[in-house]
Structure formats: structure tokens, C-alpha cells
Design a protein around this ligand. Structure first.
Ligand code: FAD
Ligand code: SF4
Ligand code: SF4
Length: 405
């Protein structure tokens, strides 16, 4: 329940202004905040009260109460590309996994789409598996702000009571999900690599723990919804079905500028490292077996000949031979290309967790016991410094032949 500390409340009325549900008032006679029955415990006023007069007391809830929470929700993050809104790839990937979870639970799969002028994104969400879209449009949601999005998404979650909420572990997702968890007093499992349903219909959230040496299965038995973030490329995007349709529900947003503490003055897209290994179809990835910074050029040459992107292990990033934007793995990017070529990479668990969902993995290593061979479709035992230039030569010859045909 929402508790007003009468001693601390000075009757400033800020809580009344920011509440999206009109669930708290400050009567003129008492000048003390009063909570009404329709309070959803969304937490917006608690954050806004400058005098610390509001707290939410949350009790762990019983099994019967847990069962009142139904449905799988996904935060429908979008971004502007050349001024046009696009749904982020990770949302489509989560729709694939979310569909699986919702079917196991026999519940609905819903995308919460908050933004401004984003209606045109709805059909894509249905085509990728959503049953329903909750559309929350407001001018103040035109660009991501922590306060604006946390207020609206918390309000929707508090009002709709889903059993599961999934977020992409993007920079904004990593910002938003913990805020919502804190506001609603929920748990949150970050960077899950697996999601499943157990025999008691609980969400089993798997993620690497203790530096990636063990995979932990995490449950949230006492609170609902169960919330997780998942990095891009962990799950496969489902096949698009353009005949699928769904239901759209409009959520009336009563966002006030006063509840957003940041003001976006300008959006600047940083282009210093125009590389996105997460989206690449083919990756030529190098590890410490490349032996010197100079030798990275030979791998770059191969990547160019193949139309692939260069990436690498953390070992090379740590010694400054590659920028962090090109690092594959637990503390780098998770990738899922059609083809992953691993040259001189041992295959530490922290590396594997970031690339093992690639369609085809070819590994070259001079150690027949290298762990990378356990996940490789094709294992080549040999010296990368001999194999890479030879391969580049063959591919260039092949390219020339194709051009002259
Ligand atoms: C918390 C934490 C997070 C981490 N995050 C990441 C991460 O995101 N990404 C990541 O990659 N690592 C990460 N690591 C580091 C990881 O544990 C390994 O240390 C790292 O992946 C090793 O990189 P490597 O395979 O390039 O080097 P090495 O382990 O040194 O392997 C080099 C390999 O090259 C082979 N080789 C050597 N010479 C040749 C040659 N001439 N021809 C063919 N093969 C050759 C060797 O046999 C060996 O297998 C993390 C570690 C921790 C603790
Ligand atoms: S914002 Fe805080 S101090 Fe102001 S009226 Fe509400 S509870 Fe009282
Ligand atoms: S917790 Fe949310 S719904 Fe309840 S009074 Fe505060 S802002 Fe309104």
C-alpha cells in the first residue's frame, strides 16, 4: 500500500499533479496528501515527492494472488532511422521467445508500444507473433527519457498485471527495466541467455554467473510480474507472417512535463566507430592466436574479400589491438551471424556465450584440444598465419572469376 507520512507532507500537491491515475489528492482543508482506492502502486508519486513523504509497502504475495497476473508483455522499443521510426530487432527476437512462453502458459502475448506517432509499427508486431499491442502515445514520449518511459510503462504494468515482462538489453532497456523494477518492488534478471517455463508455470531465467563459469537458473517466486532483459541476438527472430492480425488497445497517457526531469535538447548520432557487429551476416573474428597487431591487417583483408565484418576476442581488446565495439562475448556484444569464422580464439566460456547461436561456426586453431572446437561446425587444426592469407587468395581468385563471367 501507499503510505503518506503526515509529518513530512507539506501539501505541495506535486504528487497529485504527477499521478497518471488521479489516485492521490491534496484536499484544501487538510493540506495533506490522501490516497484514493484506485491507486495502482505504480510508484510515480513516490519518486516525485521532494519531501520523501510517500512510501510503498509491498508484501510478498500468496500463490492465489500470483495467479491473478497473466500474460507475457514485451517492451516495444523503437528507434528513428532517417527520421522514420523502426522497431528494434531485439523486440522481434523477443516476440519469437515470448510467443513460445505465452503458448506454454496458454496466455496472451502483448507488446507495450510507447512513443509518439508510432502507430505504423503495429502491423510488424502482429506479423511477428504479438496477439495484442497496448499503444501509449504522447508528445512527451517522442524521444526516450527515463522518467517519461518509466512512468508510462510502470503505470501500464501496474494496471494490467502481466505475469512476465521482457525488455531488450539495449542501452535504453538497461536503463528502463531497473527503474521499473525499483518502482514496482520487483526482481529483475539482466542479460538472460535462456527463458523457459517450469512445471509450476514460473519463468526460469538462465544467465551466466560468477564470471560466466556457471549458468544460473533464476526464479521470482514471490513477486509478479517476473522481469528479464535479454541482449540482442540471443534469440532468433521468428518468421514473419503477414496474414497475422491482432488487437490494439489504446492506453490514455496523462504524462506531465513536470514528471520528466530531463529535457532532450538535441540528438547526436555518434559515428566514430561505424561498426555494428551485432547486425553483421558474416564475421571474421580473431583472437590472441593472431600474434601481433600488424597481423590484424591480414584478417581485415580476408573480411573485405568476403564482404564480412571484423570482430575479435576480449584478449585483443584488452591489449588495444581492437576497439571495444568489435568485441564478441559476455562483456562485449552478442552476435548471431550466418557465418562466424574464429581464428586463433581458444573458446573461453565468456567468448562462447556471445557467439554460439551463430548459424555456422568455422574455427581455426593450432591446438586440437581448443574448447572452440566443441561449438564449431567445421574445425580446422592449423596455423592461422598461413591459413588466413591462403583463404584470402582463394576468395579473391573466386571473386575475380565471378566478375569476369
Ligand atoms: C568477467 C569476464 C568477462 C569476459 N568477457 C569476455 C568477452 O566478452 N569476450 C571474450 O572473448 N573474452 C572475455 N573474457 C576473457 C576470456 O575468459 C578469455 O580470456 C578470452 O576470450 C581469451 O581470448 P583468446 O581466445 O583470443 O586468447 P587465448 O585464450 O590466449 O587463446 C588463443 C588461442 O589461439 C591459439 N593459437 C595461438 N597461436 C596460433 C596460431 N598461430 N594459429 C592458430 N591458433 C593459434 C591457441 O591455441 C589458443 O587456443 C572475459 C573474462 C572474464 C573474467
Ligand atoms: S508531493 Fe509529497 S509533500 Fe507534496 S503533497 Fe504529495 S506527499 Fe505531500
Ligand atoms: S502510486 Fe501511482 S497510482 Fe498510486 S497515487 Fe502514486 S502515482 Fe498515483
Amino acid at each position: 500500500m501507499l503510505i503518506v507520512d503526515i509529518e513530512k507532507c507539506i501539501g505541495c500537491g506535486i504528487c497529485e499533479k504527477v499521478c497518471p491515475f488521479g489516485a492521490i489528492i491534496v484536499p484544501a482543508d487538510t493540506k495533506k496528501a490522501k490516497v484514493l482506492e484506485n491507486c495502482t502502486l505504480c510508484g510515480t508519486c513516490v519518486n516525485a515527492c521532494p519531501y520523501g513523504a510517500l512510501t510503498i509497502e509491498r508484501k510478498t504475495i500468496s500463490k492465489e494472488q500470483l495467479s491473478q497476473y497473466t500474460g507475457v508483455f514485451i517492451w516495444g522499443e523503437w528507434e528513428k532511422r532517417e527520421n522514420v521510426p523502426h522497431i528494434k530487432n531485439v523486440v522481434l527476437e523477443l516476440l519469437g521467445k515470448g510467443r513460445e512462453l505465452a503458448d506454454r502458459l496458454n496466455e496472451e502475448l502483448t507488446v507495450v508500444l510507447a512513443g509518439y506517432k508510432v502507430k505504423e509499427l503495429i502491423p510488424t508486431l502482429f506479423h511477428h507473433g504479438a496477439d495484442k499491442v497496448i499503444l501509449a502515445e504522447h508528445e512527451l514520449l517522442g524521444a526516450y527519457t527515463t522518467d517519461g518511459y518509466a512512468t508510462v510503462i510502470s503505470s501500464i504494468i501496474a494496471a494490467k498485471k502481466p505475469s512476465i515482462v521482457l525488455y531488450g538489453a539495449t542501452p535504453n532497456g538497461r536503463d528502463l527495466a531497473p527503474r521499473i523494477a525499483a518502482r514496482l518492488g520487483l526482481g529483475l534478471t539482466a542479460d538472460c541467455t535462456g527463458l523457459d517455463i517450469d512445471e509450476e508455470n514460473q519463468l526460469v531465467q538462465t544467465r551466466p554467473a560468477f564470471g560466466g563459469n556457471i549458468m544460473a537458473s533464476i526464479l521470482s517466486p514471490y513477486t509478479r510480474p517476473q522481469m528479464s532483459t535479454v541482449r540482442p541476438n540471443v534469440f532468433k527472430k521468428p518468421k514473419e507472417d503477414q496474414t497475422r492480425e491482432g488487437e490494439t488497445e489504446i492506453f490514455e497517457v496523462t504524462l506531465k512535463r513536470s514528471s520528466i526531469r530531463t529535457k532532450i535538447l538535441e540528438e547526436i548520432h555518434v559515428l566514430d566507430e561505424v561498426v555494428n557487429i551485432e547486425e553483421a551476416d558474416k564475421l571474421v573474428s580473431v583472437g590472441r592466436g593472431i600474434e601481433s597487431k600488424e597481423n590484424i591487417k591480414i584478417a581485415q583483408e580476408l573480411a573485405e574479400a568476403m564482404g564480412a565484418t571484423l570482430s575479435g576476442s576480449r584478449a585483443l581488446v584488452d591489449i588495444g589491438w581492437l576497439p571495444h565495439a568489435r568485441q564478441v562475448g559476455q562483456s562485449g556484444k552478442t552476435v548471431s551471424p550466418n557465418l562466424y569464422l574464429a581464428f586463433g580464439i581458444s573458446g573461453a566460456v565468456q567468448h562462447l556465450v556471445g557467439m554460439k547461436s551463430s548459424d555456422v561456426i568455422i574455427a581455426v586453431n593450432n591446438d586440437p584440444e581448443a574448447p572452440i572446437f566443441k561449438v564449431a561446425n567445421l574445425s580446422v587444426i592449423g596455423d592461422v598465419l598461413k591459413i588466413i592469407p591462403e583463404l584470402t587468395k582463394l576468395i579473391k581468385e573466386h571473386n575475380q572469376k565471378k566478375e569476369s563471367e
